[in-house]
Ligand binder design. Structure first.
Ligand SMILES: Cc1cc2nc3c(=O)[nH]c(=O)nc-3n(C[C@H](O)[C@H](O)[C@H](O)COP(=O)(O)OP(=O)(O)OC[C@H]3O[C@@H](n4cnc5c(N)ncnc54)[C@H](O)[C@@H]3O)c2cc1C
Length: 314
């Protein structure tokens, strides 16, 4: 999309691929039966953050997501809190809960122990990741000498422990460490061949970037669902910083939409819901029927976008 067209313009897309109502000015009254959503949280650090998270969970649970997932802090720093949050989500909501797990700063034995503890606690879904260097996103990664070298190796290791359902990461704009898009797809293929069931993408703002990636994955023989990771942008400066580190581009039209709103949180939220809702509806119009939301532990934007997509409390 060019900066001039803005987020509300439409791409024609292939004929016949659109569910009724998507990609037109009509909003669907109800989501098509097959539309699935999932919600990502991070483990809370303080009592206040914990309260906010559980209020968020209470609001989002009636949308009956396919699963919740809980991130894993750099170098295993949230190991205990991730476990507690995942276990509580599953037992209190009855909804599938996935634990993120990374290879960073741990031996294979240590990571295997974490995975076994999940299996023993009845957690059967892992989001398997390499992780970022302890210095943070954007630094140079080197594997722990006794650890798993990368996410593909982790997936293979997890499959030896139990028949986990496994989600892995994908990058519509390629991972910054990958030489080119083909190397990135080859890496995703290795993860799928090792046993991954689903790819959840890094966030992105141009529907075309996702669609090109989805086509590339299909062309590379990757046949698991490719689920777009949707980041509702409520804090533009923060997201722009994060995007720079993880190789996602911030289009000029997006910066323009948030221009002048630094002191106007309410309008920012309305714009954020509109932008993310529009992205999701474009993707829905191209046959995407699963969405993973980076909730940042807040309910309102994700709830509003789900509502726009026709996902209602059940
Ligand atoms: C949905 C999602 C959830 C995330 N959750 C977390 C989280 O909870 N905690 C966290 O710390 N981070 C998280 N991340 C960030 C992630 O850890 C980083 O993006 C990390 O830099 C790469 O992880 P990966 O699993 O994609 O790595 P990998 O798939 O291992 O790939 C990383 C890079 O290494 C290259 N590579 C791998 N193997 C080889 C090989 N054999 N030869 C050549 N090149 C190779 C790949 O091409 C790629 O460029 C998440 C990302 C996403 C998209």
């Amino acid at each position: 999309m060019s900066p001039d067209t803005g987020p509300l313009s439409r791409s024609p897309g292939p004929p016949g691929a659109r569910p009724a109502g998507a990609g037109t000015s009509e909003f669907p009254a109800r989501a098509p039966q097959r539309l699935k959503v999932s919600f990502e949280f991070s483990p809370p650090k303080t009592e206040t953050a914990e309260r906010t998270l559980w209020e968020t969970v209470t609001r989002l649970t009636p949308l009956r997501p396919a699963f919740f997932s809980v991130t894993y802090g750099a170098g295993g720093s949230t190991r205990q809190r991730t476990h507690e949050t995942v276990a509580r989500l599953k037992s209190e909501t009855g909804i599938d809960a996935a634990a993120h797990l990374t290879c960073v700063a741990a031996t294979q034995g240590e990571i295997d122990d974490v995975a076994r503890a999940y299996w023993d606690a009845g957690i059967r879904h892992i989001v398997a990741l390499r992780g970022d260097p302890p210095s943070g996103m954007g630094g140079k990664y080197s594997a722990h000498p006794g650890g798993y070298a990368n996410a593909a190796a982790l997936v293979a290791g997890l499959k030896k422990i139990g028949n986990f359902q496994i989600s892995v990461a994908g990058y519509p704009e390629k991972h910054p460490d990958s030489a080119d898009e083909q190397a990135d797809l080859d890496n995703l293929k290795r993860k799928v061949d090792a046993g991954a069931d689903r790819c959840i993408t890094q966030f992105f703002f141009e529907a075309d970037d996702f669609l090109r990636f989805r086509d590339g994955a299909a062309g590379a023989g990757i046949h698991v669902p490719i689920v777009p990771g949707v980041m509702p942008v409520s804090n533009f400066q923060g997201i722009a910083r994060m995007a720079g580190l993880c190789g996602a581009k911030v289009p000029g039209w997006l910066a323009h939409l948030f221009d002048g709103l630094d002191d106007d949180a309410e309008t920012r939220r309305m714009v954020a819901a509109t932008v993310a809702g529009d992205l999701c509806r474009r993707l829905q119009g191209e046959g995407v029927d699963q969405f993973h939301f980076y909730t940042l532990n807040r309910a309102d934007l994700t709830f509003a976008i789900c509502h726009l997509l026709g996902v209602r409390p059940r």
